[in-house]
Design a protein around this ligand. Structure first.
Ligand SMILES: [Ca+2]
Length: 297
């Protein structure tokens, strides 16, 4: 039956000398079924280029037990200036729920020349970064100390890069490359900006690339997919802060966050023998028979 209908359609179309129409109709079902559905995106960027003073632009700040802390966390020379605090750090946060995959990047540098406070025998410079996605707002003194879906941080620069994510049974902490510290051929952050680039997939597998001005090649580490992460994020806060106990100061600049569009898998072409394929054929065939299609020789 299908063969007969198809043969009739081909015969009718070719009888009018319009091969393009035939080919076009054959592709119709395929084209109609191939639909990309982009996900909603929530992109954000801040170059901190504004007058010295409070961070503003929607950010809240904290330092130690102060929240807000405009004296310690502020804009300085078009950069975000932060200070560390023993066990409490300092930085900024804002309501910015994100979905994955995403790519974010920022510059980081530190004016600190002091040893890291928690790393006896103290051979690391105390300057490091910390970024947190989808944390709740219940933490004290800041959301950084509550629950979060996902975090990345690195202390010093010559230490391992850390991924931390939440599961129903608690935190999971993954260190990469998992090498003895200080890591051979890595360097601590300095007064000159390094560039941090993070790409996170939907399964929380991730790549972190750090470009130091003093190294000939970027440092790149990869993290595997998360195992049993919480199914829904505990909050909607984004945090950007230092990991330090010294005053630093520690500086950030050129923060960007881009949610990468996710394309749904392209549906398989509608088989000519399927109900949808049959409907298309019958519709075209009926038009041909009724003389409603203009066929050009
Ligand atoms: Ca800037």
């Amino acid at each position: 039956m299908i063969y007969l209908i198809w043969k009739s359609l081909i015969k009718a179309v070719f009888a009018h000398g319009n091969q393009q129409l035939c080919v076009g109709m054959c592709l119709l079902a395929v084209a109609a079924s191939a639909v990309l559905v982009p996900a909603a995106r929530c992109d954000f960027a801040d170059d901190f280029n504004r007058s010295d003073g409070p961070v503003d632009n929607g950010w809240s700040s904290w330092w130690n037990n102060e929240q807000p802390s405009p004296g310690h966390i502020r804009i300085e020379n078009n950069e975000l200036r932060t200070e560390g605090s023993l066990g409490k750090a300092g930085g900024v946060f804002r309501q910015l729920p994100v979905t994955f995959p995403l790519q974010c990047s920022f510059d980081f540098r530190t004016a600190s020349t002091q040893d890291e406070c928690h790393s006896p025998p103290h051979f690391h410079n105390d300057g490091g970064w910390w970024i947190i996605f989808n944390c709740d707002s219940s933490g004290t003194p800041a959301p950084a100390y509550g629950l979060a879906a996902l975090e990345f941080y690195q202390v010093a620069g010559s230490r391992n890069i850390v991924q931390k994510y939440l599961t129903p049974s608690g935190w999971v902490i993954v260190e990469r490359p998992g090498a003895l510290e200080p890591i051979t051929d890595w360097v601590d952050f300095s007064s000159v900006f390094s560039y941090i680039d993070i790409f996170v997939n939907q399964d929380f597998s991730a790549t972190v690339t750090i470009t130091h001005p003093s190294l000939p090649e970027p440092i790149t580490v990869s993290f595997p997919a998360a195992v049993n992460p919480v199914s829904s994020p505990p909050g909607d806060q984004l945090m950007l802060c230092n990991t330090n106990c010294t005053s630093g100061p520690h500086y950030f600049d050129n923060f960007t966050l881009i949610e990468v569009p996710v394309a749904t898998p392209t549906p398989a072409p509608v088989p000519i023998s399927s109900p949808a394929g049959m409907a298309v054929l019958l519709f075209v065939f009926s038009l041909v028979l009724a003389g409603q299609l203009t066929l050009h020789k």
